[in-house]
Design a protein around this ligand. Structure first.
Ligand SMILES: [Zn+2]
Length: 453
C-alpha cells in the first residue's frame, strides 16, 4: 500500500522555479529548489511565503546546479529549512559559484536601484545575500553517480543525463514505488557533454518538456555559428553571445576555437566576460569523465580565450575596436554583465546579439528574440538596431525527438507520467506525442497541483 504524493510547486506551466514536493508517509522531501524567472507574476512567487513550512522538509534532492533548479535554496534555508541538500559533487562545486554570484548580483542591483531610485520598493533589497547563499552551500552533501543514498525507507540515486557538469536524472524509491525525475535532459550528440545515460525503469516518471514542441535544426550548430560570425565581421560589428555561464559558454568557446583552427572564421579575439564562466571552465578540468574533452584539450581551448574578471576589465572591452566576440552571462539577459554590453551594443546595426540557449517567456532574451523594438534595462529603454539571432541547435536541452529517443530506452513503460518544466504548448505537445507514438498517457500538472501516486 503506497502513500506517496507529489506536488508541483514550480516548473508547472513554465520552465523555471523547479520545486517538486514528495510526501511519503508523512515525510517530506523537495526535489530541486529553483528560482522563478521571466514574467513578473512568476518572479513574484520567489518572494511569497513558502508552503509547506520549510522546517517541515527533511531534505532536498538536487538534479543540477542551474539557478532555476537551485537558486531558491538560500531563501529556503533562511526561512527555516535546516536539512541536508543532496547532490553530486560537481553540482555542489557549481552551486558554490552560481549561488554566490547570484547573491552578489542581487546585492549590486538592489544598491544600484537604491542609488538611482528606480525601484518601486524603498529600499530595494536582494532576494538573498551572500551570507544566506553560504549557509545553503554549507547544507550540501554529495552523493556520487551510481551510489544509493538511503534515508530510512526513502532512497535516491543520480544517473548522468548530459545536461551540464554534475547533472543527473534522479530515481527516488519510496513506499515501494520508483519515481524517476528526468531533470533537464541533455542531448545525445552534444559537442561538449556526453549523451544522457539510458533511463532506469520506474513506476512514475516526472518528465521535463522545455522543447516538447520543437525539433532543433539538423544543420550543424558549428556552421550556423560560423555564418553569424562571418556576417558580423563583414559588417564591421561586434558579436555578443549571452550564454549560460555553466555549460553553453564552454560549448560556444569550443566551437569558436574549432572554427578558428580550421580557418572557417577569421582569427578575432574572443573575450569570456563572466568570472563565473571562467571558474566553471576551470572546474571542467576537475571532472574530465563528465564531458567529452580531456584535460589537455581543455587547456588548449582555454589558452585561446581572453578572460575578463574585474569590472574594470569588463568596462575596458568597450574601447577595443571591432570586430570581436564577447561571451557573457546571464544567458537570458535577466541580469549580470551582459546587460552593460547590451546597453552599449543594441543601438548599432553592425552588431549581432546571438542567443545560445532557451529563452524563457518574459525574459529580455525572449523579448529580443521575438523582435521587440526597444528593451528596458536598469529603468531605461534602449532601441534595438543590432541584428538579433538565436541558435536553438546550441541548446543544452533535448528536443522532442531526442526526449522520445531517450524514453524508448526505458526497460518498461511507466505506469504514470507527469510532464513538467515546459510552457503550456510545449508540455501538451509532448503529451500528445507520448500518447500517439508510445501509447503512454501522461498528465500536465498545473501550479500547486497535487497527485496521490
Ligand atoms: Zn538546466
Amino acid at each position: 500500500m503506497s502513500h506517496n504524493q507529489l506536488q508541483f510547486l514550480g516548473a508547472a506551466g513554465c520552465v523555471t522555479g523547479s520545486r517538486t514536493l514528495l510526501g511519503c508517509n508523512g515525510r517530506r522531501v523537495l526535489i530541486d529548489a529553483g528560482l522563478f524567472q521571466g514574467y513578473k507574476n512568476l518572479r513574484r512567487r520567489n518572494w511569497e511565503r513558502f508552503s509547506p513550512p520549510p522546517d517541515s522538509i527533511e531534505a532536498v534532492f538536487l538534479t543540477h546546479a542551474h539557478l532555476d533548479h537551485s537558486g531558491y535554496l538560500p531563501v529556503l534555508a533562511a526561512a527555516g529549512f535546516k536539512g541536508p541538500i543532496y547532490c553530486t559533487e560537481a553540482t555542489r562545486d557549481l552551486c558554490e559559484i552560481l549561488l554566490l554570484d547570484a547573491a552578489h548580483i542581487q546585492e549590486e542591483e538592489a544598491a544600484f536601484a537604491n542609488r538611482h531610485r528606480f525601484s518601486r520598493h524603498h529600499p530595494a533589497r536582494p532576494l538573498f545575500d551572500q551570507h544566506q547563499a553560504r549557509r545553503a552551500i554549507s547544507q550540501m552533501e554529495t552523493v556520487a553517480f551510481g551510489h544509493t543514498l538511503a534515508l530510512g525507507e526513502i532512497k535516491a540515486q543520480w544517473y548522468p543525463n548530459g545536461h551540464i557538469l554534475g547533472s543527473g536524472s534522479l530515481l527516488v524509491q519510496a513506499a515501494g514505488q520508483q519515481i524517476l525525475f528526468s531533470g533537464d535532459l541533455g542531448r545525445p550528440a552534444d559537442s561538449l557533454m556526453r549523451a544522457p545515460e539510458p533511463p532506469p525503469g520506474c513506476d512514475v516518471l516526472v518528465l521535463e518538456s522545455t522543447y516538447g514542441d520543437r525539433r532543433h535544426l539538423t544543420i550543424d550548430a558549428k556552421q550556423q555559428l560560423a555564418d553569424v560570425v562571418r556576417e558580423t565581421v563583414h559588417r564591421g560589428g561586434d558579436l555578443l553571445i549571452p550564454a549560460f555561464a555553466v555549460g553553453r559558454a564552454q560549448l560556444v568557446m569550443l566551437l569558436l576555437h574549432r572554427l578558428q583552427q580550421s580557418g572557417e572564421i577569421p582569427s578575432l579575439p574572443v573575450y569570456l566576460d563572466s568570472p563565473m564562466a571562467i571558474d566553471t571552465s576551470q572546474l571542467m578540468m576537475r571532472y574530465p569523465d563528465q564531458h567529452r574533452l580531456n584535460v589537455g584539450q581543455c587547456q588548449t581551448l582555454f589558452r585561446h580565450i581572453h578572460y575578463t574578471r574585474t569590472p574594470e576589465q569588463s568596462k575596458a572591452l568597450a574601447a577595443i575596436s571591432a570586430p570581436k566576440i564577447i561571451i557573457s552571462a546571464s544567458g537570458m539577459a535577466t541580469g549580470g554583465r551582459v546587460l552593460h554590453h547590451l546597453k552599449r551594443m543594441l543601438g548599432d546595426s553592425r552588431n549581432t546579439i546571438l542567443f545560445a540557449g532557451y529563452q524563457a517567456g518574459g525574459t529580455r532574451g525572449a523579448r529580443l528574440v521575438n523582435g521587440e523594438e526597444s528593451i528596458k534595462i536598469h529603468g531605461h529603454y534602449y532601441p534595438v538596431e543590432a541584428e538579433i539571432q538565436q541558435l536553438d541547435s546550441l541548446s543544452a536541452h533535448a528536443d522532442n525527438d531526442e526526449i522520445l529517443q531517450w524514453l524508448r530506452k526505458m526497460p518498461v513503460a511507466p505506469k504514470r507520467i507527469l510532464i513538467n518544466h515546459g510552457e503550456p504548448s510545449a508540455a501538451d505537445h509532448l503529451r500528445v506525442r507520448l500518447q500517439e507514438e508510445l501509447g503512454w498517457s501522461a498528465t500536465v500538472p498545473a501550479y500547486r497541483d497535487s497527485f496521490d501516486l
